[in-house]
Design a protein around this ligand. Sequence first.
Ligand code: NDP
Ligand code: HSE
Length: 439
Amino acid sequence: MQIFNLGMIGGGTVGSGVVHALQVNGDLLASRIGVKVQVRRVAVKALDEPRPYEIPAPLLSTDWKSVVNDPEVHLVTELVGGTGLAKEIILTALKLGKPVVTANKALLSAHGEELFAAAQQHHATLYYEASVCGGIPIIKALREGLVGNQIHRIYGILNGTCNYILTRMKREGGEFEAVLQDAQKLGYAETPPDLDIDGIDAEHKAGILGSLAHGFWINPSEIHVEGIRTITPLDIRFAEQLGYAIKLLGIIKRSATATTAGAPRIEVSVGPTLIPKSHPLASVEDVFNAVFVNGDIVGDTLFYGRGAGKDATASAVLSDLADAALDLKMGTKHRLPPFAPHALKGAVIPHPEVCSGHYVRLSVADRPGTLAGIATIFGELNIGISSVIQPEGHEGSSVPLIFMLHDSPHGAVQRALDRIAKLASVKAPPVRMRVESLE
Ligand code: NDP
Ligand code: HSE
């Protein structure tokens, strides 16, 4: 059987997972695709670093250039992370015409357009299934399975670490910091974990999905991002009582109206969102991710799986390695390029113009006139209130007051909250979260 040699750069959580997965299922993969992928060398930073799965010492090197340039290496994986060295590794391999498989969403988000252009220029292919939602084959689903659809809506639980933290906070009322440390021990979190908690990792993934679905590269600076730091067990409990779960949700929606040039207008955002407990996304827990995709022909679809961790992510890398090895075997480029621009340069809708429902929690002085003062400000900004709740059983100098707002522009709600925060009766910065019916 024909053998293609793999040069791996990075042998940490994901890299060692790939070595292990090929040890376990390499023969199965070969019997399915008719060609064998064999690890030839693995470049790491330090030879004696402990790894989730042991990598045989003779395979290890600390010189990534010699691995990429090795004429016996036919395929390259970049599993280092970051946007500096990783970019150099990928460009070096592509210039040599070698297919590259990466899991690096931060790099793709920042430099995807340039990297895909380089791949095209050098007649090589850049694969990135593992960059979004770990083991869920969502890139392949959008690129191949749903290629005949105009994509209307994507809702994604895109970050395993945040979903794990929110799940444990809801289940056990766990403390944020302690739960985060567990996510780090399990190999889910980025370095630094702020990338997860502040929503940046989900932003990278939402940008990749939006670009793939709508055919123009979305600049990360145009994506509105909020993380999960401000979510308290109190909000999780109130949301639950109101019939909602809180999820860090990536939202990509195509507007019904196009730009004057006929290009798509897309909303892309990431933030903590209240979603109905009855929706399947609400029951996605722990490190699991899920992506709901609505296409004009197919209707609703839902993809679910582990969003992070050594084995799930290795599964996605193996899928790309199979595609890359088949390309080499057939002497062809892949039938569908991993990213093909297909739309006029579209526009990302500015976030202040985006409309949705809102959950607002205020800490207020429990005295006459408080509610009227707040309601007046919402009214002056034309924001409709769908319900107001002052939960029983809270005593002290301030009490919680919850507002559920009708669909209103995010800019107007922010302006209202800026004014409300200045009222003498309001004792702490307002907490606001989006509410989505997911219809
Ligand atoms: P790790 O930190 O576990 O691994 C990084 C690897 O890169 C290590 O093996 C490290 O070497 C190696 N490395 C660092 N610098 C160099 C260098 N100069 N030369 C050669 N090797 C180097 O990261 P992960 O495996 O978690 O993540 C890798 C990529 O996968 C990232 O882009 C991440 O975003 C992405 N990803 C991660 C997921 C996860 O669940 N962890 C899921 C999906 C994507 P050494 O071992 O000696 O330290
Ligand atoms: N840190 C990421 C997460 C890894 O928690 O989802 C998978 O991309």
